[in-house]
Write a protein that binds this ligand. Structure first.
Ligand code: HEM
Length: 395
């Protein structure tokens, strides 16, 4: 089915050729002309920062039937309280700031291992050589997936990440591959869980299992499928998003050589620089909710059952929140980013992703003479996630 621009639920057409090259001018028009768009298909699209932030915090907007059949195995990402609270609590107990701080030297080591051979290597694809492998190494090590299995892990991630897009935007073959990937993923982890039950290790999987057993003892009902879905959520939420942070961030820096030079000269400014790159071209462009009851959103009555989409990529370029929003300025005091969401579903991996982004981008900036070969790289054909699929550079 081909929809015209006016018929699309968003008020603009994310599938139109050229949209991915510059979605931000399309968002700007939308924000200026129709910031609270209501489509004839019964869907709301918000593009102002304040509206997106408020909607993300509105507990009358949640998850439920009618959310267009997205992959239904993403654990608490797609659940409401109290189930959301229970499962998120279990993971946050294992995924502490201390665990993440302790990962820092290992991430730095992986960054160096991947980047050192690229110095003076000539032309290469930065996604393939760096942005894609780094986050899968980090998330596998964190969970406790053996090195020899990381390739398979990364293949499942690719299929399952596409699965977070609405079903109607995917081909039947893609849907079959997504479901197949989740089945293989579950089978693989059933074996790994069985192995860990007998032999605990120093990894997140063991901690989650310990939490699971404790929860069972407290009379809380938590089955193995719930644990498998949590693991899938960590992989899907944590891999492609971070790939896109590194890929989109590198592209923005290479297109703005003075900013790249600034980061090269001031690696200590990597935290603020990473926030600014997350604002400028965020890996997650949309999040959606369904109205659980009649409610008011941005001054409009929204009926129970209607879908509300928040365009994070548009909110981050709202001049009301970020002056001169189209300018990349690594010294910007970034303000209230919505790149990691807001409210009860705020990204659980934000501290990890931030640290990974900082080490990766500072590492890239330190490569002397890094330049773009192709200034208009192709994008992955994802809808919710935004990221280049290849980035040809020279070092
Ligand atoms: C730059 C990288 C990342 C970005 C831009 C990002 C973005 C987001 C966003 C926007 C949400 C909220 C979704 C919603 O409200 O519907 C979210 C949730 C989540 N993210 Fe991330 N994420 C990143 C990396 C990670 C990493 C590395 C992990 C874990 C290893 C992770 C784990 C999660 C989890 C578990 C949730 C669900 C939270 C909940 O529903 O309570 N993310 N992320």
């Amino acid at each position: 089915m081909t929809l015209t621009v006016d018929q699309t639920p968003f008020g603009f057409d994310p599938l139109r050729p050229g949209f991915r090259d510059d979605p931000y001018s399309v968002y700007r028009r939308q924000r200026e002309t129709d910031p609270v768009h209501h489509s004839p298909l019964g869907m709301w699209t918000l593009t102002r920062h304040a509206d997106c932030e408020a909607a993300l915090r509105d507990q009358k907007l949640g998850h439920g039937e009618g959310m267009n059949g997205r992959i239904d195995h993403l654990s608490f990402l797609t659940l409401n309280p109290p189930d959301h609270t229970r499962l998120r609590g279990l993971v946050s107990r294992a995924f502490t700031p201390k665990v993440i701080r302790e990962l820092r030297p290992r991430i730095q080591q992986r960054v160096s291992e991947l980047l050192d051979p690229l110095r003076g290597a000539g032309e290469f694809d930065l996604i393939d050589a760096f942005a894609y492998p780094l986050p899968v190494m980090v998330i596998s090590e964190l969970i406790g997936v053996p090195v020899e299995d990381q390739r398979r892990f990364s293949g499942w991630s690719e299929e399952m990440a596409r699965g977070i897009d609405p079903d109607f935007l995917q081909t039947p073959e893609q849907l079959v591959r997504r479901d197949q990937a989740k089945l293989e993923f579950d089978n693989y982890f059933r074996e790994l869980i069985a192995a860990r039950r007998g032999h605990p290790a120093d990894d997140l999987l063991t901690d989650l299992l310990t939490g699971l057993i404790a929860a069972e003892q407290d009379g809380d009902k938590l089955d193995e499928q719930e644990l498998l879905d949590i693991l899938a959520l960590l992989l899907v939420a944590g891999h492609e998003t971070t790939v896109n942070l590194i890929g989109n961030g590198a592209l923005a820096l290479l297109r703005n050589p003075s900013q790249l030079a600034f980061l090269r000269e001031h690696p200590d400014q990597a935290p603020a620089a990473t926030d600014e790159l997350l604002r400028y071209d965020p890996p997650v462009q949309f999040v959606s909710r369904i109205a659980l009851a009649d409610t008011e959103v941005a001054g409009h009555h929204v009926a129970a059952g209607e879908i509300v989409s928040m365009v994070l990529g548009a909110a981050n370029r709202d001049p009301e929140a970020f002056p001169d929003p189209d300018r990349l300025d690594l010294t910007r005091q970034s303000g209230r980013l919505v790149s990691f969401g807001q409210g009860i579903h705020f990204c659980l991996g934000a501290p990890l992703a931030g640290m990974e982004g900082q080490l990766a981008l500072a590492g890239l900036a330190a490569l002397p003479d890094l330049t773009l070969v192709d200034d208009r790289p192709p994008y992955r054909d994802h809808f919710i996630l935004r990221g280049v699929s290849t980035l040809r550079v020279r070092a």
